[in-house]
Design a protein around this ligand. Structure first.
Ligand code: XMP
Ligand code: MG
Length: 189
């Protein structure tokens, strides 16, 4: 009886996004803790430096919005766009960084990502940014999948390391669904 009850409760928590099911993974409180870890580290490093925060759309919009609320280093906030993923597998076709509206020359730049998976996207973005003559470029990510990583440089600031499973919520999507969820969910099949 008890097991049936628990099983039913678990089923209720499962959500359907398109053709896939997802189960709860990280609560809003756990995410808030991860965000504060990153903002504390950034405040220490960038104190008095007025960095340019470059949020990578679409996935990082929610993380970036929560992160900047507690930044005390006087950031300028901009967003850029890149798209490298279709469905749950990397398409391998990396687009270029578009939409930079700020002058980056001699400025400290913090690239804000929702998740670093293979790391290939961030590798491309670091190179493109470096060509614009910034004083420095660092990468802050909410989530990092060390087991999937094959890039050249790990993120400088990570909220949480997670296993190599597909996650959605808190800005991250499955075919553009699930971005609005305040929690993170992991694929259930
Ligand atoms: P790479 O592999 O280049 O990928 O580091 C980075 C981009 O891929 C997307 N991505 C995910 N999106 N759940 C998602 O919703 C995931 O588990 C996931 N893993 C990678 C994401 O857009 C990221 O910026
Ligand atoms: Mg992204």
């Amino acid at each position: 009886m008890k097991i049936v009850h628990l099983w039913l409760k678990f089923q209720v928590l499962i959500i359907q996004l398109g053709d896939k099911k997802f189960r709860p993974y990280l609560s809003a409180e756990e995410i808030a803790w991860a965000v504060s870890r990153v903002s504390e580290a950034l405040n220490e490093k960038y104190n008095g430096k007025q960095p340019i925060v470059l949020g990578v759309l679409n996935g990082a919009f929610m993380f970036c919005s929560d992160l900047v609320k507690t930044l005390t280093c006087g950031p300028e906030i901009h967003f850029v766009k890149v798209s490298s993923y279709e469905g749950t597998a990397s398409s391998g076709n990396l687009s270029r960084l578009i939409g930079i509206s700020a002058e980056l020359k001699d400025r400290h730049v913090i690239l804000v990502e929702d998740i670093v998976d293979t790391g290939l996207t961030v590798d491309v973005l670091r190179k493109e940014l470096a060509a614009m003559g910034p004083a420095s470029v660092e990468v802050a990510t909410l989530l990092f999948k060390p087991d999937a990583f094959r890039g050249s440089q790990k993120p400088d600031y990570t909220g949480l390391e997670i296993p190599n499973d597909f996650v959605v919520g808190y800005g991250l999507d499955y075919n553009n669904l699930g971005r609005e969820l305040p929690e993170l969910y992991v694929i259930n099949d």
